[in-house]
Design a binder for this molecule. Structure first.
Ligand code: HEC
Length: 106
C-alpha cells in the first residue's frame, strides 16, 4: 500500500495553481484601480523577498517605503535592481502600479 505518495503529489499540484496572472480588460483612467492591482502584483512578485505583510524577509521592510522614496525612485529600483534585488522583477504597467501602491505606504 503506497497511498501516502499520492497525497503528497496532490498537495504540490495545488500550491502551483496560482501562477497565472489574469490580464485583460484593464482600462486606464480610473484612479483607484492601481491600488488593488499594486497589491496583487506585490503579492505575486515581491512578497517572496519582502514578506507577505511588507515587513521584510530576504529584502528589507517596506511598510514605510513611501516616506523614504517617491514613486519614481521606487520605479527606478524595480527597473535597475539594488544590491541583492534583481532588476526588472516586474516591468511596464505592472511596475508602474506596484510603485504607485508602495509610494503610498507611509
Ligand atoms: C529576489 C528577492 C527580491 C525580490 C523578488 C524583490 N526584492 Fe526588493 N529588494 C531585495 C533586496 C535584497 C533589497 C535590498 C537591496 C540593498 O539595498 O542591498 C531590496 C530592496 C528593495 C527596495 C529598496 C528598499 C530600501 O529601503 O532601500 C525597494 C523599494 C524594493 N526592494 C521593492 C521591490 C518590489 C516593488 C519588488 C517586486 C516588484 C521587489 N522589491 C522584489 C530583494 C528582492
Amino acid at each position: 500500500m503506497k497511498k501516502k505518495l499520492m497525497t503528497l503529489f496532490m498537495g504540490t499540484a495545488l500550491v502551483m495553481g496560482l501562477a497565472a496572472c489574469g490580464g485583460g480588460g484593464d482600462d486606464k483612467g480610473g484612479g483607484d484601480t492601481a491600488d488593488a492591482g499594486g497589491q496583487k502584483i506585490y503579492d505575486q512578485k515581491c512578497s517572496s523577498c519582502h514578506g507577505g505583510d511588507l515587513k521584510g524577509a530576504v529584502g528589507p521592510n517596506l511598510t514605510q517605503i513611501g516616506s523614504k522614496y517617491s514613486k519614481d525612485e521606487i520605479l527606478n529600483i524595480i527597473h535597475n535592481g539594488q544590491g541583492g534585488m534583481p532588476p526588472n522583477v516586474v516591468t511596464g504597467d505592472d511596475a508602474d502600479q506596484v510603485a504607485e501602491w508602495l509610494a503610498a505606504k507611509k
